[in-house]
Design a protein around this ligand. Structure first.
Ligand code: HEM
Length: 147
């Protein structure tokens, strides 16, 4: 077993994945129901959601995205260095993962703009689509890394 700088890069990449996907799941399944259980007024629930979402958005924008992109690009260079690009379809799935990552960022930004203008079913659908895409990215990542 080798522990080197690449172990650290991979570790940080997985921390980024936890932050990104874990944050979305925690918001949907823990924070929102928790707020609803202690506050009956939907407007006050929404105000708290907006405050939490804004904070999460800042963490993702200033830490999550740069971390994921930086470590992801480094890992891409590394896997081609290791000759993994000769694995059939590897390049296609890695490319799809990057495209989906960019799509998830666009959806998160669109959702943020829509949500700041008021709650709507459409804004919620955009957020749900972003979560599904993020889970798809994770599935592709696990398949790419699989042994
Ligand atoms: C939300 C976005 C992302 C998530 C959740 C994510 C998640 C992951 C996870 C969990 C792994 C480890 C897989 C394993 O070892 O089993 C991984 C590996 C990797 N990721 Fe990402 N990633 C994301 C974005 C990116 C981006 C933007 C890039 C490229 C620019 C990238 C490139 C890679 C590469 C090359 C590997 C190594 C795959 C291998 O070992 O063959 N990732 N990713």
């Amino acid at each position: 077993m080798t522990i080197d700088w690449w172990t650290a890069v991979r570790f940080l990449h997985i921390i980024g994945a936890i932050l990104w996907i874990g944050g979305q799941l925690t918001f949907a399944f823990v924070v929102t129901p928790g707020l609803r259980s202690v506050e009956a007024d939907p407007e006050r629930v929404r105000a708290s959601q907006v405050a939490v979402a804004r904070r999460f958005g800042n963490v993702i924008s200033y830490v999550g995205i740069p971390l994921q992109l930086g470590t992801g690009l480094a890992l891409s260079w590394r896997v081609y260095d290791l000759g993994k690009d000769t694995i059939p379809d590897y390049g296609f799935w890695l490319g799809l993962k990057i495209v989906l990552f960019l799509g998830a960022i666009v959806l998160a930004a669109v959702h943020g703009i829509m949500a700041s203008r008021g709650a709507s079913a459409r804004s919620r659908r955009v957020a749900d689509s972003g979560l599904v895409i993020s889970l798809g990215i994770l599935l592709i990542a696990v398949t790419l890394g699989g042994g």
